[in-house]
Design a protein around this ligand. Structure first.
Ligand code: ADP
Ligand code: ADP
Length: 231
């Protein structure tokens, strides 16, 4: 079934002479069970689309539907993992994860328990009280994933989640995410991953959506063979 539907979504930026079309009439549908990679050159509007889909930003034109409902404000079914982690540096690992649970209205006692469980699931058992600066890039991104998963997102949006990591950390984190996704053991029903790495996209996703820039448009949208069938 259809989760996300973008209809003729456009985004203009700037004003006056500098006004330009960053995203031009994008149509995109994401269905349950899909792992979609959104590919394209820097500046083609990939991050902009993710912000529109998660409701962090309202598109200048067009419509966004989630499960058939027009999206207004933050999308409660989606969460996002950023390239550069975006953790609060003055909060511990556990506090960073708990904050996401608090935003979702989970009570204090449960927040603690759920946060510890999530941290454990991403393999950071024992680092609950560490601060982001004390962790490697790969570990920080695991906190990013734990925080995103805290809201049990149906749609998990990933904005180049591996590109700030060293090669080995990226490889292991990709493997761990894929394993979790293929196991079906997460509430997430679809993944939308921004990437500019075609190899990574083909390895992870079962569908590729390719954009070009000036203006940002979808120029190809096709399925690829699943490297590993989802259970
Ligand atoms: P990508 O993620 O594909 O690199 P972005 O969505 O970040 O693309 O950006 C698309 C274009 O819009 C780029 O030219 C970028 O500089 C511009 N842009 C992105 N965000 C803003 C903004 N908040 N204000 C003005 N221009 C922006
Ligand atoms: P990415 O390519 O991964 O999207 P960027 O470095 O292009 O990252 O953008 C980082 C942030 O800066 C984004 O939030 C984007 O919206 C904003 N941004 C990018 N270009 C501009 C711009 N020309 N004016 C204002 N904000 C911008």
């Amino acid at each position: 079934s259809v989760l996300l539907e973008l209809k003729n979504v456009s985004q203009l930026y700037g004003s006056g002479e500098k006004r330009f079309v960053a995203v031009d009439k994008v149509n995109l549908t994401v269905r349950e069970g899909e792992y979609v990679a959104l590919l394209g050159p820097s500046g083609c509007g990939k991050s902009t689309l993710l912000r529109i889909i998660t409701g962090l930003q309202k598109a200048s034109e067009g419509d966004v539907f989630y499960r058939g409902q027009r999206l207004m404000g933050v999308n409660p079914y989606a969460s996002i993992v950023f390239q550069t982690f975006a953790l609060f540096p003055w909060l511990t690992v556990q506090e960073n994860v708990e904050l996401a649970l608090k935003a979702r209205g989970v009570e204090a006692d449960n927040r603690r328990r759920l946060a510890i469980d999530l941290i454990d699931r991403v393999g950071l058992d024992g680092f609950e009280n560490a601060y982001p600066r004390e962790l490697s890039g790969g570990m920080r991104q695991k906190v990013g994933f734990a925080r995103a998963m805290a809201v049990e997102p149906e749609l998990l949006c990933l904005d180049e989640p591996f590109s700030a990591l060293d090669v080995l950390s990226a490889e292991s984190l990709r493997g761990e995410l894929l394993e979790l996704w293929l196991s079906g053991n997460i509430p997430t029903r679809a993944i939308l991953m921004v990437s500019h790495n075609i190899e990574e996209a083909v390895f992870m996703a079962d569908r590729l959506v390719v954009m070009d820039k000036n203006p940002g448009r979808v120029v190809a949208d096709f399925e690829v063979n699943l490297p590993h069938p989802r259970q």
